[in-house]
Design a protein around this ligand. Structure first.
Ligand code: ADP
Ligand code: MG
Length: 724
């Protein structure tokens, strides 16, 4: 016992009124356990001996004076508060709640905590059950000076629960509030032993065994300290003493540390050898049963409904700390279901990665996308004549020239890293089929120095605009103008001049053409001029119809099963040209996937389209043309499963993604975001929402209702391919 404690004790005990007054704190009053009467004389003798032991043990030489001053009150208090049963059962909270009207009891609580720890010293080996049979009890009690009583309440021979008692965080208690489970919720309060308090976080997963082998799987939903003994610690003098204390003045045993458990499910097996499954939490744990850490990986995975295999996304964590089990490896891998066992692979129901700039979106995306590029990862195609399964083609829109590096290994990976990856089915290493498709733009050069991946140059033929007029319509075009543009394009593509951008502009800027449309009343004068203004751009002549192979002629080089086709755009200075390139690829994919007569290379290849800066292309705030793109894109998303098209959207502004597309996204990976509008647009449960601004690099919330419960995971701390 520390000197400071004794000093405070002496101080407090000098105020007899406070010492014995009824509790001031009504909170602790209403929650006090049943008050054991002091008239339990039968045990007095036994107690006296015990008291002597306890007091000698509790008080070091430093503190002796304090006790000498107030021997009676301590002893009185002890008589009322510490029946010998309190020490008999290390997990009995009743003893700690019996009577909290005495101030001087921190000595005793010290003793209780020592008793608690001495119990784990006495019984270090695992006992076979939490519902002890008499042998385990007598073994403990026979060995120690502590007066254990045989514990004959539970008679459950069939329990298969075997973890060590000394692993328990604490026990389920009824002393604070009644234990309760209803259809709408539950109240399960746990008392956490002082030695384990630092391990408990909001969100920590625990199990509570039932008799019969079932377990409650729960999450800590609330933490609370309460005074163990009524002390008015909201006083000037107390605060000074505490602040002046040399070491930490807090004595854990002076407080109850309570953890409220939110039940998630019950883990059970139908028969001893059948698979572990989960069902709704429909049973109530018994009072005084231990609250245990989850030590078995399978229990966590089953409890949270996480698939045991699939695409690796990260490791389960709580508050940024990995959840560790006794399994090998001890971490709990989080996989996304990627097979046909329960419907379609989840990538075809689309993914969204969101996070502020610099939070690791690209790093994470590389790690995830790499997982799809294994030889064995194959998908069905609805119309494929031979029912063959094909590897996907990964098409990546790359605004910062980062993804062609998938062609290169991450040289900093150690043998240990690789061993770990292999043990958890994490695919790593370069993808040789990675190619960079580079749009030829006058006056701009792709440096191509990030990797050795092959570069293939292409140009966008203006003929593509025939069916995709929005490629050239700028933001802010009105519906009327848009219809007018369609008319102009329709007529132009019917004419016999070569269908180039320059010819089109020359054509519509011609006075004769203008009066043809305006005078005949086909188009209103102001509409006509508005259209001309909006589609003539000094940038477009630099990108349409350049001296390179038209993209329409290399479609089967781009959309090839098992290939990664990267479209870098960083080297292009004009955002309008960059957008044109991205929109061209998007419309190529969407049109051909949706069209019954689409190009085979697109229709017959599973495609994963990774769209960085997705909000730029999928925001309906961009006017009429954007709405058209978006509705096509949403259609394609809706048909994703049928057409084997998976969208992988990456953005720092999820709130800007149009709702029709957003609703199609089933899996959301949420990295740190600090914008409230962005956070609330994600519509995750409040308790997770609050954590988003605090997520550290690599830490994320994963909301994928068809895959698992919502959880927090930590992504890999290294990249499986090069990222620099
Ligand atoms: N999980 C992680 N562990 C360690 N470093 C990371 C992690 N995620 C990202 N980084 C590093 O943080 C930096 C920013 O990551 P990046 O993926 O480029 O961010 P974003 O794409 O969101 O702007 C990079 O230097 C990257 O290596
Ligand atoms: Mg990035």
């Amino acid at each position: 016992m520390k000197y400071e404690d004794a000093d405070i004790l002496a101080f407090i005990s000098n105020k007899p009124k406070l010492t014995y007054a009824p509790e001031k704190d009504t909170g602790s009053n209403e929650n006090a356990g049943p008050n054991e009467s002091s008239g339990n004389k039968a045990k007095d003798l036994e107690k006296k001996n015990l008291e002597k032991d306890l007091l000698t043990e509790a008080s070091g030489p430093d503190s002796l004076p304090a006790f000498e001053e107030f021997p009676v009150s301590s002893s009185e208090a002890l008589k009322n508060t510490l029946p010998s049963e309190a020490l008999t059962d290390a997990f009995s909270s009743e003893a700690l709640m019996e009577d909290n009207s005495h101030n001087s009891l921190n000595i005793i609580s010290n003793t209780v905590s020592q008793a608690l720890s001495s119990i784990s010293r006495v019984a270090p080996e695992p006992v076979s059950s939490f519902f002890p049979d008499s042998s385990s009890v007598s073994r403990i009690s026979g060995e120690d000076e502590l007066p254990f009583e045989a514990f004959d309440e539970y008679d459950i021979g069939a329990s298969r629960v075997t973890p060590a008692l000394d692993e328990a965080f604490g026990i389920v208690t009824t002393g604070i509030e009644p234990l309760e489970i209803t259809h709408s919720g539950a109240t399960i309060t746990g008392y956490i032993a002082s030695a384990r308090r630092s391990e408990i976080r909001l969100g920590t997963y625990v199990v509570v065994p039932y008799e019969g082998g079932e377990k409650l799987f729960a999450r800590v939903g609330k933490l609370q300290y309460r005074q163990e003994f009524a002390v008015d610690d909201a006083t000037e003098i107390h605060s000074r003493r505490m602040l002046n204390a040399r070491a930490s003045p807090i004595n854990e045993a002076d407080y109850k540390f309570l953890a409220c458990l939110d039940p998630l499910c019950i883990l059970y097996r139908k028969k001893a050898d059948s698979a572990l499954t989960r069902r709704m939490a429909d049973r109530i744990p018994r009072p005084n049963t231990p609250i245990l850490p989850v030590t078995d990986r399978l229990e966590v995975q089953t409890g949270l409904n996480i698939p045991e295999e699939g695409v690796f996304l990260g490791h389960l964590s709580v508050g940024g700390e990995l959840v560790k089990t006794h399994s090998e490896p001890e971490t709990v891998a989080y996989y996304l279901r990627n097979d046909y066992s329960m419907g379609d692979p989840l990538i075809f129901r689309h993914m969204l990665i969101c996070g502020s700039t610099g939070t690791g979106k690209t790093f994470l995306s590389k790690n995830i996308l790499r997982q799809f590029m294994t030889e064995s990862n194959r998908y069905r195609l609805r119309n494929s004549p031979d029912k063959a399964r094909k590897n996907p083609c990964l098409v990546i829109m790359d605004p910062q020239d980062e993804y062609s590096q998938i062609f290169e290994d991450n040289e900093t990976l150690t043998e240990e890293d690789k061993f770990r990856f292999e043990s958890e089915n994490v695919t790593y290493g370069r993808v040789q089929s990675t190619k960079a498709f580079v749009a030829k733009v006058e006056g701009q050069k792709y440096p191509g120095d990030k990797s050795r991946a092959e570069q293939i140059e292409f140009t966008i033929p203006f003929s593509l605009v025939k069916h995709n007029s929005w490629l050239i319509s700028a933001a802010g075009m009105s519906e009327l103008q848009y219809i007018g543009l369609e008319v102009l394009l329709g007529d132009f593509f019917k004419s016999s001049v070569p269908h180039t951008y320059l010819n089109f502009i020359n054509h519509i800027e011609n006075e004769g053409t203008r009066s043809y449309y305006v005078d005949s009343g086909k188009l209103h004068e102001s509409s006509y001029d508005g259209i001309v203004r909006r589609v003539s751009s000094r940038f477009f002549p630099k990108v349409f119809d350049q001296d390179a192979t038209p993209i329409t002629e290399i479609v089967d080089k781009i959309f090839k099963p098992g290939q990664i086709s990267v479209f870098p755009t960083e080297y292009i200075s004009s955002p309008r040209i960059r957008d044109l390139i991205v929109l061209t690829i998007m419309s190529l994919i969407v049109d051909n996937k949706l069209n019954t007569t689409g190009i085979d290379a697109i229709k017959e290849t599973p495609i994963i389209l990774a769209l960085d800066e997705a909000h730029r292309y999928l925001s309906s705030a961009n006017g009429e043309h954007a709405r058209l793109i978006i509705s096509r894109f949403a259609d394609a998303a809706r048909q994703g499963r049928k057409e084997a098209l998976g969208l992988f959207l990456i953005t720092q502004d999820p709130q800007d993604i149009d709702d029709t597309v957003f609703k199609q996204v089933n899996t959301k990976l949420i990295l740190n975001l600090n914008n409230d509008t962005a956070i609330s647009s994600l519509k995750v449960p409040k308790e997770y929402e609050r954590r988003i601004p605090y997520l550290k690099k690599g830490q994320m919330i994963i909301h994928s209702p068809d895959n698992s419960d919502i959880v927090e995971i930590l992504g890999l701390s290294n990249c499986v391919v090069r990222h620099r």
